[in-house]
Design a protein around this ligand. Structure first.
Ligand SMILES: Nc1nc2c(ncn2[C@@H]2O[C@H](COP(=O)(O)OP(=O)(O)O)[C@@H](O)[C@H]2O)c(=O)[nH]1
Ligand SMILES: [Mg+2]
Length: 195
């Protein structure tokens, strides 16, 4: 029999890190969400916005890809934020490479938030055919527009898109965490279904 002290304990496998990507319109809170949640100082580039739309809420906007990290259930998540301005759409596509899931953030204060959601879902349509997503609707607290969560749900149902829709204030870390946990759950359940 082997002496006890020579018994090698089983290794607990460290789960592979996951990359997730935040897309969505300017001002919807992508930069804020990643900064709220990240365990490491967020890396990114903000400059003066040039598109009219971008100026509606703040003078600067993201031009490069942003990066932060967090952990969910022992899994390290690499968080990538993308610029919201249309002319940087190509960068969002690059940031999606290798990502295992997507958070689509939409500013509810936009005059046409459903059209904005449609734009981003269509823009990333190929990616979304094979990857899970969560739609997060922000700015419920600081505007008087009348678009309720049920309308986003209805739009998705009518267009045959099945993904959760959640309300989010990107400045509130626990809320951002809940959205990311929801995406993580979607990733895990999709993996289990594909086994
Ligand atoms: N009142 C309110 N402000 C928010 C909310 N989400 C984000 N913000 C603010 O909206 C502004 C734009 O957010 P930012 O993260 O730069 O948007 P991005 O363009 O998507 O990266 C910032 O001043 C945030 O603090 C929200 O749900 N409510
Ligand atoms: Mg930004």
């Amino acid at each position: 029999m082997r002496p006890k002290h020579l018994t090698i304990p089983p290794l607990t496998p460290t789960p592979a890190p996951m990359k997730i990507v935040f897309v969505g319109n300017v001002g919807s809170g992508k930069t804020t969400a990643i900064a709220s949640l990240s365990e490491s100082p967020m890396l990114g580039t903000e400059v003066r916005a040039t598109e009219q739309d971008a100026l509606h809420r703040k003078p600067t906007t993201t031009v490069g890809v942003e990066y932060g990290t967090t952990h969910i259930h022992n899994t390290k998540l690499h968080l990538y934020g993308t610029p919201g301005q249309r002319r940087f759409d190509f960068m969002a596509s690059i940031a999606c490479q290798g990502a295992i899931g997507m958070i689509v953030m939409i500013d509810n204060a936009h005059p046409q938030p459903l059209a904005e959601m449609a734009y981003f879902l269509q823009r990333h349509g190929d990616y979304l055919k094979n990857h899970p997503a969560v739609v997060a609707i922000t700015h419920y607290d600081d505007n008087t527009t009348q678009t309720y969560l049920i309308e986003y749900h209805r739009y998705l149902r009518e267009h045959g898109i099945s993904c959760p829709v959640m309300r989010l204030d990107a400045r509130e870390r626990p809320q951002v965490r809940r959205v990311v946990e929801k995406l993580y759950a979607e990733i895990v359940s999709r993996r289990a279904a594909n086994r």
